[in-house]
Design a binder for this molecule. Structure first.
Ligand code: SAM
Ligand code: SF4
Length: 366
């Protein structure tokens, strides 16, 4: 079938990191407005990082000393974020937007950003991934601005373990944030947990119990090699298989029957093994051992406005430069489409030649 070359509408920008190359050859790209790639996938789900700054120092994400954080002028402004999301929903078929970071609540203008995105037509589904510190004071305003859903990261409900993992004694503030989100009517509230061997893995059955009691959906995420300290070890990481083994003495897990539809979490109904009582659901995100790349519907923007087609990309494509040099919407959409066309088939974490990305998770946007 004949294919047409798309017009990007402006000079081709260069990619921006250590493996900088020209944008991919788009001569085979079908003339579709969608964010298509060479493997038949179309991205409808945007993860947008609002900052690389964070007030915690989770060991699997940030070094103890922090990082050299971006300055205010390097971050996308409220208007720039809203414009990029508008281009995404109006021209590229984006349906869902998740704000992340770093810690998105450290941006005082988060309510403004959410209100701007909520006023778009078509209006995307708007969600937030956060450590919940300070959420108790802002949840009602965020909800009023248009926030639909929230995921809170919480790896332990034991103060000592929380501090060991996050290097900050702030468990009480996270718990207050969850209470605030509930009081504001945010529903569902999902809890993300990363398990580290010998640190919090033994707490998993209790953590699940704690979540089920509060009608929070726990999602256990396999640790990925995206930490600044490079502590990830494939041979000792806690796998989805380990999660099932650790939960089996106390719970019976049955796969849910609904289609997964590109969602990263495999969901299970949870019943108490002793009584058979149904308790709720748990999710397992097995990015390492059961990758879901073939169904990936994601595109990413870093806090300084670069397209990253995968967490594990070693290439990024700058949109902020085009935004700030007066490019029109279609030109920006064209650069984004071309970048997405270069998305790789998979993350390659299990390959011998896998190289961890330069940037840690906090700087990419988890
Ligand atoms: N600060 C917010 C938070 O913690 O929710 C948003 C950013 S954080 C980078 C987003 C998610 O990435 C969190 O749920 C966190 O647990 C997860 N994460 C960070 N580093 C990870 C790693 N190396 N492997 C797996 N998940 C990771
Ligand atoms: Fe901060 Fe989230 Fe990374 Fe923890 S996981 S250091 S809360 S960005």
């Amino acid at each position: 079938m004949a294919s047409r070359r798309i017009s990007l509408g402006m000079p081709t920008p260069r990619r921006t990191d250590e493996t900088a190359t020209e944008l991919p050859d788009t001569s085979e790209r079908p003339d579709t407005p969608a964010l298509a790639d060479r493997f038949g996938r179309e991205a409808t789900d945007l993860r947008l990082s609002l900052t690389d700054f964070c007030n915690l120092r989770c060991t699997y994400c940030m070094p103890a000393s922090g990082l050299t954080f971006l300055g205010k002028k390097q971050l996308l402004s409220v208007d720039e974020v809203v414009r990029l999301v508008r281009i995404g929903v109006e021209r590229l078929g984006i349906e869902q937007v998740r704000f992340t970071g770093g810690e998105p609540l450290t941006r005082p203008d988060l309510e403004e950003i959410i209100a701007g995105v909520a006023s778009l037509d078509p209006r995307p589904d708007i969600s937030l991934t956060t450590n919940a510190i300070g959420l108790d004071h802002r949840a009602a305003r965020l909800r009023a601005a248009g926030l639909d859903r929230i995921n809170v990261s919480l790896d332990s409900v034991v103060s000592e373990t929380f501090e060991r993992l996050s290097r900050r004694p702030l468990l009480h503030r996270v718990l207050a944030g969850i209470d605030g989100a509930r009081a504001a009517g945010l529903d569902p509230i999902k809890v993300n947990a990363v398990l580290l061997p010998g640190v919090n893995d033994q707490e998993l059955p209790d953590l699940l119990d704690w979540c089920l009691e509060r009608e929070l959906q726990l999602r256990v995420i396999e640790q990925m090699p995206l930490d600044a300290d490079h502590i990830w070890d494939r041979s000792s990481m806690i796998t989805a298989g380990d999660v099932h083994e650790m939960l089996a003495p106390r719970y019976v897990l049955t796969p849910v029957t609904e289609a997964r539809e590109g969602a990263p979490a495999e969901l299970f109904e949870v019943a108490d093994r002793a009584t058979g009582r149904h308790r709720g659901r748990v999710g397992v995100i097995a990015s390492v051992t059961r990758p879901f790349c073939a169904d990936c519907r994601r595109t990413r923007l870093t806090a300084e406005g670069r397209v990253r087609t995968c967490l594990f990309s070693r290439e990024e494509t700058d949109l902020r430069g085009a935004l700030r040099s007066g490019a029109d919407d279609e030109a920006i959409a064209g650069i984004w489409r071309a970048a997405q066309w270069g998305k790789k088939a998979g993350h390659g974490m299990d390959r011998a030649d896998f190289v961890q990305p330069e940037r840690p998770m906090s700087a990419i946007g988890g």
